[in-house]
Design a protein around this ligand. Sequence first.
Ligand code: GDP
Length: 425
Amino acid sequence: MVRAIVGANWGDEGKGKITDMLAQDSDIIIRFQGGSNAGHTIINDYGKFALHLLPSGVFYQHTTSIIGNGVALNIPYLLKEIQDLESKGVPEPKILVSDRAQVLMPYHMELDAYEEERLAGKSFGSTKSGIAPFYSDKYAKIGIQVSELFDEEILRDKVRNICALKNVMLEHLYHKPLLKEDELMAQLASYRDMVAPYVCDVSAYLHEALKEGKRILLEGQLGSLKDPDHGIYPMVTSSSTLAAYGAIGAGIPPYEINNITVVVKAYSSAVGAGAFTSEIFGDEAEELRRRGGDGGEYGATTGRPRRVGWFDAVATRYGCRIQGATEVALTVLDVLGYLDEIPMCVGYEIDGQVTRDFPVTPKLNRAKPVWKIMPGWKTDIRGIRNYEELPEACRNYIEAIEAEIGVPVTMVSNGPGRKDIIRRK
Ligand code: GDP
């Protein structure tokens, strides 16, 4: 049984919390795309953690945590994250890294930063974690696979070619220090030693696990609208954020994914640039940002203030459809308890026409929100465990979202902790 946990929006929907919670009843948790550019915030008995590379299941002793082949693997970062867990008293987790994952190199991060600098005001708002240069290299076939770290000859040839190509850009476009073959070889040797204890033929491992009936979670990063194909291109990330990609990024058959739990946030937030139709500004935004998430809407990786807005039914319906949602977990609902009235974006006005369909980017850039106003519930709903005990206005809000997106909301998260969850029958 494989369940994917993915985001419907721009990321930061609270996938980490839902994964951490569902990991309790799972055997294996896998990261299948992305890198250390976004973080999951998890609060449990050991404390508060911002995980960037490790899957959110690492806190349980009965689970195996896997970095799949689709991930941008920053090896020193992985080791740092493992050490951080140890230092906070988390029992040593079982971690496997796919031998087909590729290695994110320091030059990917440098090139990311140089490109942002070059683009200046027109930048993509990259986290400078090297993700775009990493995936570009992967598909240009000059990436370095974990398996290749163990073959000096392959590596030497590759590094020579990488230096030849990158140094042209470094010298003539960016005017920055050049790459040196021997330094890269030494760096790769140290990476090999760091990662060696974890390397595994992950897809073979999962093939056996599936035969044994193990319960597997695929943990997505970011959300539908950041997908390079189906998102708000070009303001997207560089690997697919969709559940379908879970099959590729983990190495399992697509038909094994039989549950797609899509995490939807009760309001909107986004980091980085790009169209954000239901965005709000000024004092209204500042208040939501301050009260949002757990301790405010500030990026887990960068600390940047997140852009915030009201719930966007157009974007979320699309986000759920493109993920293939079988069920929805609605998160951070507790945050909205301060509002008299809650606006919800139920349509986009584009060139004088109102639509409920999420458009391609050139049209999206011209979209204006059409609001519907819902009554607020004006109470703190944290601590409630039964759906029926939620105030009526709160249930109406949830059910209005459910009607808009057309997918059952089976879980409602009303606080950042593991136990802050209402399961609906
Ligand atoms: P992810 O990348 O999708 O895992 O999302 P993040 O972890 O970056 O952002 C979600 C933030 O909201 C974190 O700070 C969580 O602790 C917090 N959070 C998750 N669910 C809830 C919830 O139901 N209520 C509140 N108040 N905070 C939540």
